[in-house]
Design a protein around this ligand. Structure first.
Ligand code: AZC
Length: 829
């Protein structure tokens, strides 16, 4: 396609990016958009006015980016994800647009405190944990590196629940994040697509003998687009995240309202809009609910419709699809896209099966984020047939063709056919969405080296045998813009003084720090930065929990979803042992232990773990014999904005999952990048982190993945681990006997019993090695020069874990996409 002459002409006259211009825009926005007299404005009003002033500048660049992409024949990458854990947007957008300092100053001149204003923004918590946060990092990096990359997802009205402790147990409160409107979104009333559910498939026989299918009747709702511009850092590129909200159709209105039951009609209408109402707060179990299937299909169908519309509006043909479009499936949640694209290509565009299938396979790729069987999505065939009858037909046909191929390659191997089938015939018939995603994709990736190897050897071993070339590894990464520049401004400045700013775009450049890691002056500055960050965290802790912590001791941090395999219980046993040793008069090194994380509301064991941690913490924190030698804090409502305060303050990063269970982890990367040392198992990306930072700069302990497998095979009773370990036995007994509770012996007894008799994630078996690793950490912490050298070495060697490297890996190994940086305009802006 040719470049038209006026693509660089701005659609608007460029807005000023200096303090004076921003001040003017903010004041104008206060009157014109917020509708308030600046004299009467609240801090929330200032938040809104400032956001409007920033978004004006972003949308200008968004339009230019779009013009350039439209003119230049670029390949577009579409990231389909049910979750985006974005966090607050104002500061991120200011920083990436390059007007943070000017805006801070503008607000100051308007008599407003920037830090107070930004704190009013609710986190956009449209995700559970790692998978959703990774999606947010990937979008930011796509824009920063200038890739034409677009996110699609759901505009949940209620994001991840807000967690409170009442006083020990987790209680969930709704996260009504859109209640005051959202200045960042552009509702696109004209981008609405009808989405069908239920109904039936009608067969049409043509004169030439061919059969054509259509999907008719049932229920329709509309998917309406809401656009969130996503700015690149240090570039003019602004990409787009399009989230779909559900709206009732007009049809719907007429059908019911005309029956005269007005109240029921309104209620039904809101029922049909409930599809985009709430995020399912499960990160490691597939719940198999009809509404969830409808959510998945809803956003996939709208996104594919939109992608194909754009493709044809740009003048491309369907044959061009593989050259112009790459679609990444973030886990199996959007895997129904494989069947939906087949449906669109055949039923709507009249392609033959074979051609449609070829195109599908060239367009899709699939990222797997977990090996845990309970997280693998399957849908009962009955449910799928009822909700998506045409898709079920298509899945049967995909399966048929696929199994025919397998039969030819492995004649007579019926067991293999059963294992590979898209339909699991055992225990009721279920569609295996991971199999659909694998069969329909040209590339399948795991998210860390070990994880990808395990995918090949276990979960997808039969597929790997068929198509070894389709399996690739793309190790996760994190964005240094949020997790260093924004979260840790002091460390950012410190790095700038020593090695310049290039690392902000090319994180490998942090290596330039290495020659100085033992430099006493540098170490002293690093320690000052850490201390300041600890003070910031101490304030947050005091505000949220009332607990006072000292800032001159080791901060030991475990922040992540609460899950048995992540083993918060292992840390808890250590805390209790430290408590006992202090009470026994031993002089143990002081520390503050910090937990953060949510449990899925239906995950009883995880909720019990939270409760018991809180009760243990309460006893320890109020014991005068302990004083401030040990404090234990569970920070309520762990979320992105809290993470930006916790991570820069950490000394020790707890990455202690049972080996083989954590696909990658990304918190491990954020913490090490901020100079925390990892105590961790050889699991997920910890292995690659160890390889990068060196064995001397990390505390590795515990069973390896293959040792875990062997240990499990031996079938030892967990209790056997207690023999000859009096300190550990005493700890377990204290839990069992309810030492830490005043009114809930049952929960404590049950948790103790679980450890002693079940312990499916081998907490007790790994405990001795874990305690020893913690002692190594204490010993190193007692030698500040050695500790600081190790911490600074961690920072210097974390370059590989930049999300920019991750995104380039996807672009090269999977998408075949190239960056398209937007050229600066001559007249600035
Ligand atoms: C997580 C993995 O548990 C975590 O190890 C990984 O770092 C992260 O994805 C990003 O790849 N998985 C999830 O959050 N959820 C599911 C369904 O796997």
């Amino acid at each position: 396609m040719s470049t038209s002459a006026d693509t660089t002409a701005p659609p608007l006259s460029p807005l000023p990016h200096d303090t004076e211009g921003l001040k003017q825009s903010i004041r104008d926005a206060m009157v014109r958009f917020v509708g308030k007299d600046p004299k009467q404005a609240t801090q929330r009003d200032w938040l809104d006015a400032t956001s409007f002033a920033v978004r004006e500048r972003m949308i200008e660049r968004r339009l230019l980016t779009r013009r350039q992409f439209d003119a230049e024949d670029v390949k577009r990458v579409y990231y389909l994800s049910m979750e985006y854990l974005i966090g607050r947007m104002l500061e991120a957008n200011l920083r990436n647009t390059g007007i943070l300092d000017e805006t801070r100053e503008a607000l100051a001149q308007l008599g407003q405190d920037y830090d107070e204003i930004v704190a009013w923004e609710d986190d956009a918590a449209l995700g559970n944990g790692g998978l959703g946060r990774l999606a947010a990092c990937i979008l930011e990096s796509l824009a920063t590196q200038g890739y034409p990359g677009f996110g699609y997802g759901i505009r949940y009205e209620y994001g991840m629940f807000r967690q409170q402790f009442e006083p020990y147990r987790q209680v969930e409160h709704p996260d009504n994040w859109l209640r005051y409107g959202n200045p960042w979104e552009f509702p696109r009333a004209e981008r609405k697509y009808p989405i069908r559910f239920y109904g039936e498939v009608v067969e049409h026989h043509r004169n030439d003998g061919s059969v054509h299918y259509s999907w008719e009747d049932g229920e329709q709702i509309l998917a309406m687009a809401y656009d969130y511009p996503t700015a690149g850092y240090g570039r003019r590129n602004v990409n787009n995240l399009r989230l779909w909200g559900a709206k009732a159709t007009r049809d719907f209105d007429l059908r019911y309202f005309n029956e005269g039951d007005y109240i029921r009609a309104v209620a039904d209408k809101s029922q049909s809009e409930s599809i985009s109402m709430v995020l399912y707060p499960n990160d490691a179990t597939a719940i198999g609910k009809e509404l969830r299937l409808k959510q998945e299909y809803f956003f996939v169908a709208a996104s594919l419709h939109d992608i194909l519309d754009r493709h044809t509006e740009l003048g491309y043909t369907l044959d061009d699809l593989p050259h112009q479009v790459a679609i990444q499936l973030n886990d199996t949640h959007p895997a129904i896209a494989v069947a939906e694209l087949m449906r669109l290509l055949m039923d709507r565009h009249g392609l033959h099966w074979a051609r449609a299938w070829e195109l599908c396979r060239q367009v899709f790729a699939y990222t797997n984020h977990t090996l845990m069987p309970e997280a693998l999505e399957t849908w009962p065939v009955d449910l799928m047939t009822r909700v998506l009858p045409r898709h079920m037909q298509i899945i049967y046909r995909i399966n048929h063709e696929f199994l025919e191929m397998v039969r030819r390659r492995f004649p007579g191997d019926e067991e293999r056919l059963k294992r590979l089938s898209l339909i699991d015939e055992e225990g009721g018939r279920n569609v295996r969405m991971a199999h659909l995603a694998v069969v329909g994709s040209h590339q399948i990736n795991g998210v860390a080296a070990l994880h990808t190897e395990l995918l090949k050897q276990t979960l997808f071993a039969d597929f790997y045998q068929l198509w070894p070339e389709r399996f690739v590894n793309v190790t996760n990464g994190v964005t240094p813009r949020l997790w260093m520049i924004q979260a840790n401004p002091e460390l950012t400045e410190f790095l700038g003084e020593k090695i310049g700013h290039d690392w902000q775009y090319d994180l490998e450049r942090l290596r330039a720090l290495e020659p100085w890691v033992a430099d006493p002056e540098l170490q002293q500055k690093f320690q000052q930065v850490k201390r300041k960050n600890k003070e910031r965290l101490a304030t947050l802790v005091r505000e949220r929990t009332g607990i006072r912590i000292r800032t001159d001791v080791l901060f030991d941090v475990q922040i992540k979803r609460i899950h048995e395999y992540k083993r918060q219980l292992l840390k808890l046993l250590h805390v209790i042992e430290l408590y006992n040793r202090i009470r026994d008069g031993e002089n143990v090194p002081p520390r503050v232990v910090i937990f953060g994380g949510k449990a899925a509301p239906g995950y009883q064991r995880a909720k019990d773990i939270i409760q018991v941690i809180n009760e243990v913490a309460d006893v320890i924190n109020h014991d005068p014999q302990v004083g401030d030698r040990l404090k234990c804090v569970f920070i309520p409502n762990y979320e992105v904005s809290a993470a930006t305060v916790i991570i820069p303050a950490a000394d020790l990063s707890e990455q202690i999952s049972t080996a083989g269970f954590e696909a990658s982890g990304t918190g491990n990367m954020k913490l090490a990048l901020n100079g925390a040392l990892t105590v961790g198992t050889l699991d997920g990306a910890n292995i690659e982190i160890r390889d990068a930072v060196g064995e001397d700069n990390i505390f590795i302990f515990g069973m390896t993945e293959s040792e875990v497998v062997a240990h499990r095979a031996r079938g030892e009773v967990p209790e056997a681990m207690l023999a000859g370990r009096p300190a550990l036995s005493r700890t377990v007994e204290m839990i069992e006997q309810g030492y830490f509770t005043c009114d809930d012996n049952a929960t404590h007894a049950e948790l103790g019993h679980y450890l002693r008799h079940q312990d499916p994630f081998f907490v007790l078996a790994d405990y001795p090695a874990y305690r020893e690793a913690c002692e190594r950490a204490d010993a190193l912490y007692a030698q500040p020069e050695c500790w600081n050298t190790a911490a600074l070495t961690n920072i210097a060697r974390m370059g590989y874990f930049s999300i920019d490297r991750t995104v380039r890996d996807y672009a090269e190994k999977i998408w075949d996409a190239t960056p398209e940086p937007v050229a600066p305009k001559r007249n600035g802006g």
